[in-house]
Design a protein around this ligand. Structure first.
Ligand code: ADP
Ligand code: MG
Length: 448
């Protein structure tokens, strides 16, 4: 097995011309199939990508008279390479379940994953120094095979293999180029699918986190709801106790009071259960996190919104690579709330200057400050003093909870948040967070 072997042909001269024509014909037909593949991949929504790839493996095999084909992926460089999509001509041997090529043909797998294309037109071409592959081919029987690295975004994210079991076959270089193009199209579709899935997951998590934080602010009002039935229970049981001490139980009245206490107790238990279930997944994961990448994530998440509203967003982190201690989902929520408010302020003001700058800079020793500066119309004096109170909003469809939630997260991280007007235009919301790599302050040195 060698990269792109140039094989001496032993066929008699007169047959060669016909053969070359046939090859040429196959290549140009295949070229137009790859064109169709390209259009189909561009059209396929993320959820359809896997199904499309499997169906195209079949189309490619039928076009090139092959019998079996697979796409392989691995989640990260230290993970095993797995077959993720397969196509097998009816009545031909299927791939083994959970097929991991590294276990059977380690050397070839490594070569392909490092970017080499491996082909053999006939099993006799497999070099003697690759005994794994010789053994595997002898056992499973492909007569010809091509294994092609799958590139996406400048790196190899997997591979694809194409095999023929009925007879040997040649792999002209032009055909291999077209196959490589097809595999590249699979690679970019897979990458697009993964990016979309990742963004969707982050969005869901953010939604959950936002609900969680709003809930923690609403606990106060829920406890009020619990106090009501508790008060009713108390007065009913008090009544029963009075009846009993009077030595005149009046069973009907006592029963009514007890029954109503039972009902109220059930109601209370129900409320407690509801609150408990809301907070079930409230686990904080505080850890050192790169604040720059975290902000980058949020900016990516809001890129669609920014482009619709024609707002330019810039990030300035100095010094770069700063890390803070925090729960990344909650902190993303904070940045997201402030960025959305900044977008709203700019949209509302119909400002000709439409930019948001998110800055990170050191603030005192051991603290970082995150500022979100907008070019909006500034804070409405009517709400300026109550910005962080619940349900304070100047927007028609506003909830007035964003800043409250943001403050509660920032404070649970030990930080502070405030708003200030910009000297020229718009306003800046700033919050502070503890830095991960704190310089030892004089206080901590004293303490030991
Ligand atoms: N960047 C900003 N510029 C001007 N006003 C703002 C800004 N951010 C927040 N505000 C004011 O604070 C109010 C409360 O914000 P928030 O708690 O996020 O709730 P909501 O966005 O639902 O109104 C907003 O309605 C707005 O009046
Ligand atoms: Mg808001």
């Amino acid at each position: 097995m060698q990269p792109r072997p140039t094989k001496k042909t032993l066929e008699p001269k007169r047959d060669r011309r016909a053969l070359v024509d046939r090859d040429q014909h196959e290549i140009s037909r295949f070229e137009s199939l790859v064109g169709e593949l390209s259009a189909a991949m561009a059209r396929a929504p993320a959820d359809e990508v896997d199904r499309e790839i499997e169906s195209w493996l079949g189309k490619i095999c039928r076009a090139l008279d092959l019998d079996r084909s697979a796409v392989y992926e691995r989640d990260s460089p230290d993970q095993p390479v797995r077959a993720t999509h397969t196509w097998v001509r009816p009545n031909f041997p299927a791939f083994p379940k959970n097929y991991e090529p590294e276990k059977l043909i380690q050397r070839s797998t490594q070569l392909v994953m490092s970017g080499e294309t491996l082909v053999f037109a006939d099993p006799s071409e497999i070099p003697a120094d690759n005994p794994d592959t010789r053994r595997m081919v002898a056992k499973y029987g492909p007569k010809a095979s091509a294994a092609i690295p799958m590139w996406a975004g400048g790196r190899v994210i997997g591979a694809a293999s194409f095999g023929k079991f009925r007879s040997p076959r040649k792999w002209p270089p032009e055909l291999l180029d077209q196959l490589a193009m097809a595999v590249r199209l699979f690679g970019s579709a897979i990458e697009r699918k993964q990016a979309e899935i990742a963004i969707r997951a982050v969005r869901t998590e953010l939604r959950v986190a936002s609900r969680r934080n709003v809930m923690s602010e609403l606990v106060a009002s829920l406890s009020h709801e619990i106090n009501q039935p508790l008060g009713a229970i108390l007065s009913n049981l008090g009544g029963v106790a009075r009846l009993l001490t009077q030595g005149n139980p009046q069973p009907a009245m006592a029963l009514e009071a007890v029954n109503s206490a039972i009902e109220d107790t059930k109601r209370t238990a129900d409320i407690v259960r509801r609150i408990r279930s809301m907070f079930k997944n409230q686990v904080e994961h505080k850890a050192p996190i790169g604040i720059g990448p975290l902000i980058g994530e949020v900016v990516k998440l809001t890129a669609g919104e920014a482009s619709v509203r024609k707002i330019a967003v810039r990030i300035e982190v100095s010094p770069p690579g700063q890390r803070v201690i925090g729960d990344s989902i909650q902190l993303q929520q904070c940045v997201l709330n402030l960025v959305m408010n900044a977008f709203d302020a700019i949209t509302e003001a119909r400002s000709p200057r439409r930019d948001v700058v998110i800055k990170v800079a050191p603030e005192k020793i051991g603290w970082a400050a995150v500022c979100v500066c907008d070019s909006g119309g500034g804070i409405d004096p009517a709400v300026a003093k109550r910005l962080f109170e619940p349900f304070v909003t100047t927007k028609i469809d506003g909830m007035g909870l964003g800043l409250l939630v943001t403050r509660s997260i920032v404070e649970s991280h030990g930080g502070r948040i405030w708003a200030s007007p910009n000297p020229d235009q718009g306003s800046t919301f700033t919050f502070t967070l503890p830095m991960a790599e704190r310089k030892r302050s004089s206080a901590s040195r004293r303490m030991g």
